[in-house]
Write a protein that binds this ligand. Structure first.
Ligand SMILES: Cc1cn([C@H]2C[C@H](O)[C@@H](COP(=O)(O)OP(=O)(O)O[C@H]3O[C@@H](C)C(=O)[C@@H](O)[C@H]3O)O2)c(=O)[nH]c1=O
Length: 185
C-alpha cells in the first residue's frame, strides 16, 4: 500500500504518510486513494477541495461546521510548514476536549485526517505556507462555528507566540461556553 496510516493519541485522527517516488525528474506520490483510505475508516465522500495561502504566524481556526453540515477533512501542506491541530468536540468521546497536532510540510508530505465532530486549525511555521484539504460536506457559512484558539481548558501548544488571527477567529468561544449553548457534537 502506498500509504502508512498512523493512529494518533486520539485514535480516530489519523496521520497519513504517503509513499514518495523520487527520481532525477522530481517526485511522484498518490495523495488520496478511496480504496486504501476506506480500509482504515476514512470513508466520507470528499466532495470539495480547498486551498489557502498564509504567511508566517497566521493561525486559522479552530473551525467546524455544526450538524447537519459537519465536515471530515484530509489536510496537507503543499508549500512551507504548518502545525495542524484537531480538537475532539464529541461530548460522549473518551477523548472529549483533547487535542492532537502534527507538523505537515512540503518536505514530509504528511496528511492529517480529521473526522466529523472535531474542530480544526493550523498555524504557519514557515515564511509562507499553502494548505490543501478535502472536505466531505458542503460549505455552509450559516453553520460555521469555532473554538477560541487559546482556550485554557484545551491547552494547545501552538509552537508560536502571538499568532495573526482574522477578526472572526478572535471572537470564538471556549469549549465550555459552546457546550453550554449545545453547539458541540
Ligand atoms: C471555508 C470556505 C470559505 N469560503 C470563503 C468565505 C470567505 O469569504 C473566505 C475566507 O473564509 P475563512 O476566513 O472562513 O477561511 P479560513 O479561515 O481559511 O477557514 C478555513 O479554516 C480551516 C482551519 C478549516 O478547517 C476550514 O474548514 C475553513 O474553516 O472564503 C468559501 O467560499 N468556501 C469555503 O469552503
Amino acid at each position: 500500500m502506498p500509504f502508512e496510516f498512523i493512529k494518533t493519541k486520539i485514535p480516530e485522527v489519523i496521520l497519513i504518510k504517503p509513499k514518495v517516488f523520487g527520481d532525477e525528474r522530481g517526485f511522484f506520490l498518490e495523495t488520496y486513494k478511496k480504496e486504501d483510505f476506506e480500509k482504515v475508516g476514512i470513508n466520507g465522500e470528499f466532495i470539495q477541495d480547498n486551498h489557502s495561502k498564509s504567511c508566517y504566524g497566521v493561525l486559522r481556526g479552530l473551525h467546524f461546521q455544526k450538524e447537519p453540515y459537519a465536515q471530515a477533512k484530509i489536510v496537507r501542506c503543499i508549500r512551507g510548514v504548518i502545525y495542524d491541530v484537531a480538537v475532539d468536540l464529541r461530548r460522549s468521546s473518551p477523548t472529549f476536549g483533547q487535542w492532537v497536532g502534527a507538523v505537515l510540510s512540503e518536505y514530509n508530505k504528511h496528511q492529517l485526517y480529521i473526522p466529523r465532530g472535531f474542530a480544526h486549525g493550523f498555524c504557519v511555521l514557515s515564511g509562507e505556507a499553502e494548505v490543501v484539504y478535502k472536505v466531505d460536506n458542503k460549505y455552509a457559512p450559516e453553520y460555521e462555528c469555532g473554538v477560541i484558539w487559546n482556550d485554557g481548558d484545551i491547552g494547545i501548544d501552538w509552537l508560536i507566540d502571538e499568532p495573526i488571527l482574522s477578526d472572526k477567529d478572535k471572537q470564538w468561544h471556549t469549549l465550555k461556553e459552546l457546550d453550554k449553548k449545545g453547539e458541540l457534537f
